[in-house]
Write a protein that binds this ligand. Structure first.
Ligand code: MEV
Length: 313
């Protein structure tokens, strides 16, 4: 039986998380070393329309209709079938494999959605434009956390660095000169919904101060874009540190993340910050090639569960 497979990468936010939910820009890049994969196989003996979902990483094996109506996996399958004009899908199983840690700020939910959308389209002999793929994934992101900016589904669909601003045309980011980052997993799961919700409540109580913090983050994002495009990424370190201070002010960092960030800086990183929703999940550190091994060692000794080296190019 042929299998229809599609993959989607993880992502990291280099600058601008949280503020991006409030209309400020953010810079995000794909992480090709981590991928979600969806494999669709026909099940000709099963009743027409039956869809079996198998996702070992979350210990799930279920028929579509056994999942709640707003389960993200059910929603993504139903929205995709609707978009493809298929009232019922020919019976199939959808297997999901992913090397992207869940609830770690790396976009695992959006990557799983994008992989499923593309694999299902292939199964039906069709392909969907990126804008449609991203729009479906965005609808599913709303289940993960009510007010997504759309940055995750965008960068994961496009597989390219983006300068993203809610409601504006997507601007691919030209990388003037490649640079190296370490991504260190604190091992502490932190659903984005929780931190995004907390920031929203704090913003509602104190809109002036929060708007001012978002504006300062936006300034950093704009400066970072210019440095990246001009090909002088080594100056980004200072901006990462300043962005991290503002994320601390938003109350989305944590002692464990600050600990890893300090270790990275002490070991020679040019800058470091949390990436994504915060509180747990991942920190990113900008490193020169010569210092990468020492910084990675220090992060591991300091408790990082996993350290990945990625080149932004
Ligand atoms: C999550 O990767 C980034 C946040 O800014 C939320 C969002 O943009 O939807 C925290």
């Amino acid at each position: 039986m042929p299998a229809f497979t599609a993959q989607a990468p993880a992502k990291i936010i280099l600058f601008g998380e949280h503020a991006v939910v409030y209309g400020r820009p953010a810079i995000a890049v794909p992480v090709m070393a981590l991928q979600a994969r969806a494999i669709v196989r026909a099940e000709p003996r099963a009743p027409h329309g039956q869809v079996r979902l198998i996702a070992p990483a979350i210990r799930l094996e279920a028929l579509l209709e056994e999942l709640g109506a707003d389960h993200p996996l059910r929603r993504v399958v139903e929205l995709t079938a609707q978009e493809l004009g298929a009232a019922y899908l020919p019976a199939c199983q959808i297997q999901i494999q992913s090397t992207i840690p869940v609830a770690s700020g790396l976009g695992s939910g959006a990557a799983v959605s994008v992989a499923i959308i593309r694999a299902l389209a292939a199964y039906l002999g069709k392909s969907l434009p990126d804008t449609t793929v991203s729009a479906i994934a965005y609808e599913v992101e709303k289940i993960h956390h009510g007010t997504p900016s759309g940055v995750d589904n965008t960068v994961i669909t496009l597989r390219k660095a983006v300068f993203f601003m809610r409601g504006q045309a997507i601007q691919p980011l030209r990388i003037g000169r490649p640079f190296t980052l370490l991504i260190a997993d604190s091992g502490i799961p932190s659903p984005t919904a929780a931190t995004v919700g907390d920031v929203r409540r704090a913003w509602e109580q104190n809109p002036q101060d929060y708007e001012a913090l978002f504006d300062q983050i936006a300034d950093i994002v704009v400066q970072a874009r210019s440095l990246i495009e001009k090909g002088v990424p080594h100056f980004l370190g200072d901006l990462m540190n300043r962005n991290q201070e503002l994320l601390r002010a938003l109350n989305v960092s944590s002692p464990q993340l600050d600990h890893l960030i300090n270790l990275a800086l002490q070991a020679g990183a040019l800058g470091a910050k949390l990436s994504g929703g915060g509180r747990g999940g991942n920190v990113i550190a900008l490193v020169s090639e010569g210092d990468a091994a020492a910084v990675a060692r220090s992060l591991k000794e300091g408790g990082a569960r996993e350290v990945i080296l990625t080149t932004v190019e």
